[in-house]
Design a binder for this molecule. Structure first.
Ligand code: BEZ
Ligand code: FE
Length: 285
């Protein structure tokens, strides 16, 4: 096919959407068609490669169920998730940046008192987490809802273990001055699930499945945009090669280690422990 005949195929497909009533849908399917066709033309896609691509997407679909979302994982490793986060970023530069949600959030995590422990037996160095929630105008967000979740020292979330134990996650409510505090464990680096087609893609392209250690936050309060983010442990060796491109410099945070002894809340700790402070700034809805 020469260039003109290839262009005629693209034009015909785009034109086939002309009667789409929803203008936004029309824009999306038209643009998707043009970009998909441009991609096939750019790489001069062979029949065998087209079939391999269909086979790959079929495996992604078969791998996906209630507990495993291989399509989101594919979006994550292709950077589409982070690109979408960026496109929809808050307008105010002072607002805390968002990053990928990931597949390990669980609705209905246990409610934990301020100062309580979200580890629930998760393995790792104890970690004292403090911070505040403010709006971009500096006013405290009293009663903000904070959900946190993290991997244990072996790099696994509770939902990756057999059984239905809840550990390393919890829900807290900020106090009247928007402050929060809780115990957790020092998060660890881990590999994203790589036993499916996305893992095969990473292996075939010599990419690592590793994510740098991080603690997830979902913060919401009436009148404010929900924030989905995480803080990364400074010094982590994977900060420059996150498999899902989620690292933003302003989210890299110190988690200093302290010797055994009395913690800030008076708790006596018989081994080393860490601490971190994370002040959160929300944009108005
Ligand atoms: C996570 O941080 O939990 C995550 C994000 C994207 C893919 C896999 C895991
Ligand atoms: Fe994570």
């Amino acid at each position: 096919m020469d260039e003109q005949r290839e262009q005629a195929v693209t034009d015909e497909v785009v034109a086939s959407f002309a009667d789409t009533e929803d203008e936004r849908l029309k824009e999306i399917v038209g643009s998707l068609t043009r970009h998909l066709h441009a991609f096939a033309q750019e790489v001069r896609l062979t029949q065998e490669e087209w079939a391999a691509g269909i086979g790959f997407l079929t495996r992604v679909g078969h791998m996906t169920d209630d507990r495993r979302q291989e399509f989101i994982l594919l979006s994550d490793v292709l950077g589409l998730s982070m690109l979408t986060v960026g496109i929809n970023a808050p307008d105010s530069p002072e607002a805390t940046p968002s990053t990928v949600f990931g597949p390990y959030f669980v609705e209905g995590a246990p409610e934990v008192e301020l100062g309580g422990d979200i580890a629930f037996g998760a393995k790792g160095n104890p970690c004292w987490v403090t911070g505040s929630v403010h709006g971009v105008d500096g006013s405290p967000v009293a009663g903000a809802h904070i959900e946190v979740w993290e991997a244990d020292e072996d790099g696994f979330y509770d939902v990756q273990y057999e059984g239905d134990r809840t550990a390393g996650r919890g829900r807290l409510t900020a106090d009247d001055e928007g402050r929060y505090r809780f115990w957790s464990v020092l998060p660890s680096a881990y590999g994203i699930p790589d036993d499916g087609p996305v893992g095969d893609l990473l292996a075939a392209t010599s990419r690592s499945p590793m994510r740098p250690s991080h603690l997830h936050f979902k913060v919401d309060a009436p009148g404010y945009r929900t924030l989905i983010t995480h803080i990364f442990v400074s010094g982590d060796p994977y900060l420059g090669s996150d498999a899902v491109f989620g690292v933003k410099d302003s989210l890299i945070t110190d988690f200093p280690e302290h010797p055994a002894g009395a913690a800030p809340d008076g708790r006596a700790i018989d081994g080393p422990w860490n601490s971190v402070n994370f002040d959160i700034v929300l944009e108005k809805a």
